[in-house]
Design a protein around this ligand. Sequence first.
Ligand code: ADP
Length: 403
Amino acid sequence: MNVLIINAGSSSLKYQMFDMKTEEVVAKGICERIGIDGHLKHTPISNGKPVFDEDITLPTHSEAITAVLDKLTGAEHGVVASLSEIGAVGHRVLHGGQSFSESVLIDDAVIKAINDNIPLGPLHNPANLMGINACLSAMPGVPQVAVFDTAFHQTMPEKAFIYAIPYSYYEKYNVRRYGFHGTSHRYVSAEAVKMLGGKAEGTRVITCHLGNGSSIAAVRDGKCVDTSMGMTPLEGLPMGTRSGSIDPAIIEFVANHEGLTREEVFDVLNKKSGVLGISGVSSDFRDIESAAADPSHPLSRRSQLALDVFRYNVAKYIGSYMAALGGADAIVFTAGLGENSAELREAVTDQLRGLGVTIDRDKNKARGKLLDITGEGSTVRVFIIPTNEELVIARDTKSIVEA
Ligand code: ADP
């Protein structure tokens, strides 16, 4: 069965199509600038046909889906002969609120629930719904599955998800910690369990998804018990452009002193903070690492400070999750930065030396591949595990459709 995976954003739509017999990606691509003008890059993988990379008019997500399906089935760039060869569609959906603890087949009730959760995911859920609706009308009768970023974290106990604010806000508006990147944390924690011997019961794993957006999860017996992102993806670690956790009083202080509205302050916290805000250089860790390493760069010191703040916070979260789990059997590094930055892994684990964590510095030079980098005598195993959220969505979609 071919399964098409859709990740719809407000002005973009990413896709990958998997052949589930082999779990290989047969084609992938991205529509950008939807609603502005439009661009589609489509890459056939299974048959060596040429890449399509052109501006095309994409007024809405509907035209984007139509263009994607045309390319997947067309003679020049296609990988299948007709739409009938696409057996199911899997959608990445940001916020499942308290409604979903696992992936589900999409029907009217599921669409209503995703819609009801828009107040919790106002930036993403409307775009996810546009992607779902566009597919439902372009491919009637093809089963569609929703896979939620929040679902894996629904096993957190109340003491981990309740904020210390009036309880009525939870009762009235569902204000609580939800957590995100759940598909990634679920995948890499399951891979870690395999590396620990295969039985989830009794395992304590800390998963660090460190990319543009970053979050850490504490996983006991294969189930999430705590995570660093909150009601929204703004809480927790400092990120590329997001502040992560700050003193909430700063919001009013900055609004008053800079003459900003509430919305403007949140825009600063989402888009102009994190390592970009500290370094003044970039949100991309590669740029910051090279500026920090170049003493003649005017923002070299601030770049090093941004890296130090980020790495220190990663280590602090890992330490706190060792407390939450009563120790740890494994720490996992994943996503763009976690998989690729040896400097980051070294700095973080150096900070954790007092807790018995060491890595093998030679093995740590690896990037982007599954590896056990545990140091001699370390009481906690340390793994690099490349994440694969799309594959998880494809597997969930296949198993739900076939059930
Ligand atoms: P997203 O959250 O957008 O999915 P990714 O997981 O792809 O992000 O991570 C992207 C980030 O990973 C980049 O912004 C960059 O900071 C970091 N990154 C990727 N490769 C490297 C590398 N070789 N060294 C350091 N950082 C890297």
